[in-house]
Structure formats: structure tokens, C-alpha cells
Write a protein that binds this ligand. Structure first.
Ligand SMILES: CC(C)(COP(=O)(O)OP(=O)(O)OC[C@H]1O[C@@H](n2cnc3c(N)ncnc32)[C@H](O)[C@@H]1OP(=O)(O)O)[C@@H](O)C(=O)NCCC(=O)NCCS
Length: 174
């Protein structure tokens, strides 16, 4: 299979919806991405496109966050959801999507990338619960991780790390 990682185009909307409904037991994640788009909170969606089968195999969505350090806002982004259709799994598609997301957000100048997920999977990219620790978030805990994208954070106490409002409708994880 030949997978290309590229920004989602408007014509991918139906495929993105199909991947999300195919990857999660509830419709919440598909609704989340739609609501983020409606609210203008999406920073970027990257899709993994199977060039031979001409279909979207997976995606990662990146949305604006409001994070504070020392009382000042710092540019921060949430990475959620990450999804790869079952028939394309365990071939590094998610890894390629996440590596692409990190690269794009680093280039864009974001300081922190937050994720909620399995530490065993996300630690390989440099995400750590330690980096997210101290931020005030309803997701705070061992599964709430962050990655420093520019090699250093401003000094001062960590404040809120607020996801976009659309996340409030999620019943489970982000
Ligand atoms: C989580 C998810 C995105 C992973 O997608 P994926 O494309 O299979 O992920 P990758 O292939 O990049 O890596 C997954 C595993 O496969 C392994 N792998 C990668 N290439 C491989 C290969 N060629 N052969 C065997 N294993 C391989 C990776 O090392 C990794 O192993 P580990 O996590 O067990 O240590 C996918 O399973 C999914 O969509 N799940 C449902 C939705 C979900 O839970 N999303 C995350 C929360 S938002």
C-alpha cells in the first residue's frame, strides 16, 4: 500500500466521517470533528490517503487550545482524534500521521501539543504526562500528555489548558 499524508481537502469530508464512525464505537468523535469545523476551531486535519485504493485510511485532527503559563497565553494545540481504519492498522499509518502533525505544528510555531491517550503509544513521539502536569484541565491525569514543540517553555506557574468547547460534548476520552 502507498500512503500519502496530506492536509484534508473539502472533498474529504464524507471519507473523514466514514473513518471516524468506523473507528469509534460511538458517533461522538465524528460529531466532535464536525463541531470543531463549524466553530472554526480546527487548526489542521491531516489525512492518510491510500493512493492505490483512492480512499482515506486515517486522519488526525488538530484544534486550538487556550493554555496559560505565568498568566500569559501560550500557543497550544490539541491532537484528537487520531483514527486509522481497521484494515490499514499496524502498518505505521498512525505514526506517520502523528509525525506529520508534530512537524506541521512545530513549523506553525505552536509551543505545546496536547494529547489524551495511551502513554505507551504516545511516549515514542516525546509526549509525556510530566509536561502536561500542572495544567488545569478536566482531562488531567496519567493519560493527559503534552509535547514541547519549540524546545522550552516560558517560566511561571502553569494555568488552564482549555480544549475547544466542542470537547465538552464527548462522553469519554478525547
Ligand atoms: C490507535 C490507532 C490510531 C493506531 O493506528 P495504526 O495505524 O495501527 O498505528 P501504527 O501502525 O502507527 O502503530 C500501532 C502499533 O503498530 C505497530 N506497528 C507499526 N508498524 C508495524 C508493522 N509494519 N508491523 C507490525 N506492527 C507495526 C506499532 O509499533 C504500534 O505498536 P504498539 O502500539 O502495539 O506498541 C488505531 O488503532 C485506531 O484508529 N484505533 C481506534 C481509534 C482510537 O482509539 N484512537 C486513539 C484515540 S483518539
Amino acid at each position: 500500500m502507498t500512503i500519502a499524508i496530506r492536509p484534508a481537502a473539502p472533498a474529504d469530508a464524507a471519507d473523514i466521517d466514514a473513518v471516524l464512525t468506523g473507528c469509534f464505537p460511538r458517533p461522538d468523535e465524528a460529531m466532535l470533528v464536525k463541531q470543531l469545523a463549524i466553530d472554526g476551531e480546527l487548526v489542521l486535519v491531516l489525512v492518510a490517503h491510500d493512493e492505490e485504493r483512492r480512499e482515506v485510511a486515517g486522519l488526525v485532527a488538530l484544534s486550538r487550545m487556550q493554555a496559560e503559563i505565568g498568566g500569559d497565553a501560550v500557543p497550544a494545540v490539541a491532537m484528537a482524534p487520531v483514527a486509522v481504519l481497521p484494515e490499514f492498522r499496524r502498518a505505521g499509518v498512525a505514526e506517520a500521521l502523528i509525525a506529520g502533525a508534530i512537524e506541521q505544528m512545530r513549523k506553525a510555531g505552536a509551543l505545546l501539543l496536547f494529547v489524551l491517550g495511551e502513554p505507551g503509544f504516545y511516549e515514542r513521539f516525546g509526549f509525556s504526562a510530566e509536561t502536561a502536569q500542572g495544567f488545569d484541565s478536566p482531562y488531567a491525569g496519567p493519560f493527559f500528555m503534552a509535547l514541547e514543540l519549540q524546545g522550552g517553555l516560558p517560566c511561571g506557574p502553569k494555568g488552564a489548558a482549555r480544549h475547544a468547547d466542542a470537547f465538552a460534548a464527548l462522553a469519554g476520552d478525547a
